[in-house]
Ligand binder design. Structure first.
Ligand SMILES: [Zn+2]
Length: 116
């Protein structure tokens, strides 16, 4: 398993007795402390991601309702340029959010894998 050297912040193996990069001496106790800190950091990252996900979901639900009240009397062929731009902007926004969600899911999986 890889840990971060507290001296030079390089990724090093937890089985070595000295950091190959800076020579920092790694005792079993120090390795245990580093692992504990890194596990704590992973949990904090996960918590931050969950908070972002909640904010993101609230944003989706709150932005949905006002759009339903806008007039939809014009057919698609009669849409003004402004309306088309609005549709385009909404589509871009939707794609960006989907992309962000994918990235969050990817990071969550990486953290899960790391914690095992
Ligand atoms: Zn080092």
């Amino acid at each position: 398993m890889l840990i971060t050297c507290p001296e030079c912040t390089k990724q090093i193996s937890d089985s070595v007795s000295n950091c190959p990069n800076c020579g920092y001496q790694l005792t079993a106790e120090r390795v245990a402390t580093i692992k504990k800190v890194e596990k704590g950091f992973a949990i904090v990252c996960l918590a931050v991601l969950v908070v972002f996900l909640i904010i993101f979901l609230i944003d989706i639900f709150s932005s949905k309702s006002p759009n339903n009240n806008s007039s939809v009397s014009a057919t698609s062929s009669e849409k003004s340029v402004w309306e088309q731009n609005q549709d385009f902007a909404r589509e871009l926004d939707r794609m960006e959010k989907a992309r962000q969600l994918d990235r969050i899911e990817e990071e969550r999986r990486a953290i899960d894998k790391y914690r095992q």
